[in-house]
Design a protein around this ligand. Structure first.
Ligand code: NDP
Length: 336
C-alpha cells in the first residue's frame, strides 16, 4: 500500500499526542506543519522532527504532499479543508467537521467533485469494540434494538481547558466536543437520527469560560422495518471517576461495552440474553488513531473506506448541533 505524505494544519495537542505517531505507524511521513504562529510552527516542527514549518497555508499546500490532517480550532476547519481540497489534497479533518451543517455538507460535496477522500477523525467508530457491537446487532444477537445508552462523562484535562470552555469561542462546549463523538458511534449502529432533545448546564467552578460543560441528550432513531430506537447520552467535562460505557438493549438481549468511549481502549463487550452472560472476544491491541490512519490510507489507495467518512462526520455534526439548539431553546429539534 503506497504510503502517504502528510502536511499538518494546526500545531495542536491531538496532533502532538496521537496523530503524528499514528501517521508514522500507518507508514506515512509528515512533511511539515502550518500554524498561525511562526514560533509555534518552528518549535512544533523541531520537537516532532518535521522538516518544514510555515505560517502560510498556500505554502504548505504547495509542498509535495498527498493529504492534510486538520486539527486547528473548530472554527477554522471549513475554510482550511476547502482550500486543501481545491489544491487537490485528500483531507482528514478533526471533528466537528465545521460549525454549520451546510458548510460540512459543502465540504462533502467538494471532495466528491474533486475525486478526493474527505474523512472525519472520529476515533471511536473504527474501534474493535464498536465494530463488534455492530456485528452482533446486525447478526440479530439481541433481536430488534430498542434503546442505547452512552456514558461519556470525563474530567477535561487542565491542558485542554482553553477554547473548549469559552462562550465567545466558536465551536466550544461539551456538546460539539463529546456528543459529536457519541453520535459518530450511534448513527451507524442505530439508523437515521430524526429528533434530538437535550439539557445542558455549567457545573465546574474552574469553568469560567461560560460554555456548557455537561449535557444529557436523547435521540430518536428510525430505520425502515424496525421499531423506533431511543438513545441517551451523558457527556461531561466535569466527572473524574466514572467509567465510560455503551449499552444496547434489544428484544432478545443486551450488549454492555465497558470502557467504550475512551482513547486508549482495552474495553470489554458483554452479551446477555436468555442463555446468560458471556464476554465476547475482541482484540483491542491496536491504537484507535492508527486504525483510523490505516483506514484513511486504504481509502486513498482505493482498497478500503475511512472509519468515519465525510458524510459520517456531517451526520454526527447534525446531531450535535441539534443537541446544542435543543439545550438553548428547551425544545425537541427535528432533523427531518
Ligand atoms: P489545541 O488547543 O491543542 O490546538 C488547536 C489550535 O490551537 C492549534 O491549531 C493551534 O493553532 C492553537 N494552539 C495550540 N497550542 C497553543 C498555544 N500554546 N498557544 C496558542 N495557540 C495554541 O486543541 P486540541 O488538540 O485539543 O484540538 C484540536 C482539534 O482536534 C479540535 O477540532 C478538536 O475537536 C479535535 N480533537 C479531536 C480528538 C479526537 O479524538 N478525534 C481529541 C482531541 C481534539 P495554530 O493552528 O495556529 O497552530
Amino acid at each position: 500500500m503506497p504510503a502517504l505524505r502528510w502536511g499538518l494544519i494546526g500545531a495542536s495537542d491531538i496532533a502532538a499526542t496521537r496523530v503524528i505517531d499514528a501517521i508514522r505507524s500507518s507508514g506515512g511521513t509528515v512533511t511539515g506543519v502550518f500554524s498561525g504562529s511562526s514560533d509555534r510552527a518552528r518549535d512544533f516542527a523541531k520537537v516532532h522532527g518535521l522538516p518544514n514549518a510555515t505560517t502560510d497555508l498556500d505554502e504548505l499546500l504547495g509542498w509535495e504532499i498527498d493529504a492534510v490532517y486538520i486539527s486547528s480550532t473548530n472554527d477554522k476547519h471549513f475554510d482550511q479543508a476547502c482550500r486543501a481540497l481545491k489544491a487537490g489534497k485528500h483531507v482528514l479533518c478533526e471533528k466537528p467537521l465545521a460549525l454549520d451543517a451546510g458548510e460540512a455538507a459543502s465540504m462533502v460535496k467538494l471532495a466528491d467533485q474533486q475525486g478526493l477522500i474527505l474523512a472525519a477523525n472520529h476515533h471511536l467508530p473504527g474501534s474493535p469494540l464498536h465494530t463488534k457491537v455492530r456485528e452482533l446487532v446486525n447478526a440479530g444477537a439481541i433481536g430488534a434494538v430498542l434503546s442505547a445508552k452512552v456514558a461519556h462523562a470525563v474530567l477535561l484535562p487542565e491542558r485542554l481547558r482553553g477554547w473548549r470552555l469559552g462562550q465567545g469561542t466558536p465551536g466550544s462546549g461539551v456538546i460539539l466536543d463529546i456528543t459529536c463523538h457519541d453520535a459518530s458511534v450511534l448513527n451507524p449502529l442505530l439508523g437515521e437520527p430524526v429528533a434530538v432533545s437535550a439539557v445542558a448546564v455549567q457545573q465546574a467552578d474552574w469553568n469560567t469560560g461560560g460554555q456548557e460543560d455537561a449535557a444529557m441528550t436523547v435521540i430518536r432513531y428510525e430505520r425502515q422495518g424496525h421499531p423506533p430506537v431511543l438513545a441517551q447520552t451523558h457527556d461531561s467535562f466535569t466527572v473524574g471517576f466514572a467509567q465510560t460505557s455503551l449499552e444496547v438493549h434489544g428484544t432478545e438481549g443486551t450488549i454492555h461495552v465497558v470502557d467504550a468511549m475512551t482513547q486508549d481502549t482495552e474495553g470489554q463487550v458483554v452479551l446477555t440474553n436468555g442463555a446468560g452472560s458471556r464476554t465476547v472476544d475482541v482484540d483491542c491491541s491496536q491504537d484507535l488513531y492508527v486504525i483510523a490512519l490505516k483506514a484513511f490510507t486504504a481509502a486513498v489507495n482505493g482498497t478500503g473506506a475511512p472509519t468515519a467518512t465525510g458524510k459520517d462526520g456531517l451526520m454526527a455534526l447534525k446531531v450535535a448541533l441539534a443537541a446544542q439548539e435543543s439545550a438553548l431553546s428547551g425544545r425537541t429539534v427535528h432533523l427531518i
